[in-house]
Design a protein around this ligand. Structure first.
Ligand code: PAF
Length: 284
């Protein structure tokens, strides 16, 4: 596995791969890799001639009071996991390489970014879409892989790729969970024991919502209320938002007709976790 830290070397490498007709699969990450990232990497490995993974903790997607400085890092262990999965290139640029003169250009997707995490983290998605566009321009992948735990991010990036005719296939893969249901996240490393226990209410509340759908409940507010009650039953938890929205355009829903997204963000101490499920009404 080659480790590349400069944009010019990454351009040259991708040029060579494209010239020899290789399909490039790309998994952009912020590192501290876990099974969720590895599932994306394995799929990308299977479906492409070359697998490129990036690790870059992107400062522009963190708000001033967020965890940029304390975001977990372990480049050595990340590199050995990448090697095990059969990654061809690990691209790890520094912030000076990615933003040598800051940036005057922002890629911004309207609408989809105004709700859920976009509402509580102003500017976050502009940071994400701008850095992801830069990474796509540098790596020039054919296929890119994102986890559906970040459902809104997946929708926003898919729309950006479509609107800007990027000629890249965006693949979303299911959330990977610990045995007890906790969605895998690099930020789980920050949880204290009681917070880790409190965090289990997130996946439990998603189960409860799916059960309500099976029982025939179609009122988004009733589901949000039940879910919020389960999360708030643990004193470690503080809800940022719990929302049932249209699963395609993320707009508010007054009734669940076919498919809806139940999404949540919850603070456990200083750690903010997100989780979601798509609620589907079966046709029978
Ligand atoms: O999901 C992430 O880890 C980040 O938002 C991404 C897509 C790597 C952009 O920095």
């Amino acid at each position: 596995m080659k480790i590349i830290t400069t944009i010019s070397e990454m351009y040259d490498h991708s040029d060579r791969l494209r010239e020899q007709g290789d399909r490039i699969g790309f998994v952009p990450t912020m590192g501290f890799l876990h099974e969720g990232h590895l599932s994306l990497m394995r799929k990308a490995r299977e479906e492409n001639h070359a697998l490129i993974v990036s690790i870059f903790i992107n400062p522009t997607q963190f708000g001033p009071d967020e965890d940029y400085d304390s975001y977990p890092k372990d480049l050595e262990s990340d590199a050995s996991l990448c090697r095990e999965v059969g990654c061809d290139v690990l691209f790890t640029p520094g912030a000076d390489e990615m933003y040598p003169q800051g940036t005057l250009t922002t890629v911004s997707v309207a609408g989809l970014t105004e709700t859920l995490c976009g509402a509580s983290r102003p500017g976050h998605f502009d940071g994400v879409t701008t850095v992801v566009s830069k990474l796509f321009n540098i790596v020039r992948p054919h296929m890119v892989y994102f986890g559906l735990k970040d459902y809104q991010q997946y929708r926003v990036i898919s729309r950006m790729v479509q609107d800007l005719n990027m000629n890249i296939r965006v693949i979303g893969l299911p959330t990977v969970r610990e045995e007890d249901g906790l969605a895998m996240s690099s930020r789980n490393a920050h949880l204290y024991n009681d917070e880790r226990a409190g965090a289990l209410t997130l996946s439990r509340s998603l189960d409860a919502a799916r059960e309500m759908i099976r029982e025939g409940i179609r009122d988004p507010r009733a589901i949000e209320k039940k879910v919020a009650g389960i999360i708030e039953s643990e004193s470690t938890n503080r809800i940022d938002y719990v929302s049932v929205v249209n699963a395609d355009d993320l707009t508010p829903l007054s009734s669940i007709e076919r498919r809806a997204l139940l999404a949540m963000a919850v603070f456990l101490g200083d750690t903010r976790l997100i989780d979601n499920t798509v609620l589907e009404i079966s046709g029978d």
